[in-house]
Design a protein around this ligand. Structure first.
Ligand code: MLT
Ligand code: MN
Ligand code: ZN
Length: 315
């Protein structure tokens, strides 16, 4: 299985267009050692030819321009218009994970895999799907995440050797969702992807508010973890004067520990022995974006990597 990181930033990317915090401003001025990042999305493939997108970021056009593998094939006798992006799987209905769907409207009908409540949000609070019916059209593939059955396997058409499992995880529906304050199983999923030919397993969870026993069990099964790297501390946005929301309120587990003094993502990752432990969906307030920061060194001591746009992982 091939994994391509199209975007590794959280909502707003890095630097964020309207932000002049120490990190965003420092990156623009060249005084912070780091890389610019677009909003989070990855693509997976079993053969390097056809790709499944996991989330569709508002930066998708730029991401496709940066990655020849995702562009129209250039065979002279091939069709004039073509895309190797065969399907899209959504982890949630957040703006930074879904609005790229609009930029795919010139292509064939979208093969879209999502949970029932994500489909509901995308037909009500943020009605992208009814809008897209007037362009390319959307074929719905409902991911089974029902009641107490917290995970279920599914196949994506055209990818016979990949087995996907949607794992319901703690988190929140987006701020615009009609059920923002009424959490529903399926608002947020993680994806477990197994390559049936090699047995290699990826666990992808760009939004992960808690690592409980069941999340940890899934994480322990993976060879490669790509998990929520949004914040270093719970009150990072408040402390930097950038916002009023705490990490927990937004459904993100900070790396250094939770609000209640519980373990953070570093401690959770320490309990796994995956070959690759990678943070993704890094917010522009997170000090790990500075490659010379103490926080970055601490991650390195725990064998934790920080995803960057263009990162490729072969599993
Ligand atoms: C999140 O990850 O919490 C959201 O993407 C925040 C946002 O919508 O900007
Ligand atoms: Mn986000
Ligand atoms: Zn900033």
């Amino acid at each position: 299985m091939k994994v391509l990181v199209l975007g590794s930033g959280a909502g707003g990317g890095f630097p964020q267009w309207n932000c002049n915090c120490a990190l965003c401003g420092g990156l623009r001025r060249g005084t912070v050692n780091g890389r610019a990042r677009t909003q989070s999305s990855i693509a997976v493939s079993s053969d390097g030819r056809d790709w499944v997108l996991l989330n569709a970021s508002p930066d998708i056009a730029q991401q496709i321009r940066s990655h020849p593998a995702l562009q129209a094939c250039s065979a002279p006798d091939g069709p004039r218009r073509h895309t190797p992006i065969r399907a899209i799987v959504l982890m949630d209905a957040q703006i930074d994970h879904v609005t790229g769907l609009l930029s795919l409207r010139e292509g064939p009908p979208l093969q879209l895999y999502a949970t029932p409540c994500v489909f509901e949000d995308l037909t009500t609070g943020l009605p992208l799907l009814p809008v897209l019916q007037h362009y390319c059209g959307v074929q719905w593939h409902l991911l089974p995440v029902a009641g107490q059955q917290r995970q279920a396997s599914f196949r994506v058409e055209g990818f016979a050797s990949l087995r996907f499992t949607a794992v319901a995880i703690p988190g929140k529906a987006p701020p615009y969702s009609p059920h923002r304050h009424d959490p529903t199983v399926g608002d947020n999923i993680a994806l477990h992807v197994e390559d049936l030919a090699t047995g290699q397993r990826l666990f992808y969870a760009p939004g992960l508010g808690e690592v409980g026993d069941s999340e940890l069990a899934w994480m322990r099964e993976a060879d490669c973890l790509m998990v929520d790297g949004t914040f270093w501390t719970e009150d990072e946005m408040l402390a930097a004067g950038l916002g009023t929301k705490r990490a927990a309120e937004m459904g993100h587990l900070p790396q250094s520990g939770s609000a209640h003094g519980d373990e953070g993502m570093i401690a959770a990752l320490d309990r796994t022995d995956a070959r690759r432990k990678v943070l993704i969906h890094i917010n522009n307030s997170n000090p790990i974006l500075d490659e010379h920061s103490a926080q970055r060194r601490e991650l390195a001591r725990h064998g934790i990597e920080v995803a960057y746009d263009g990162m490729e992982i072969e599993l």
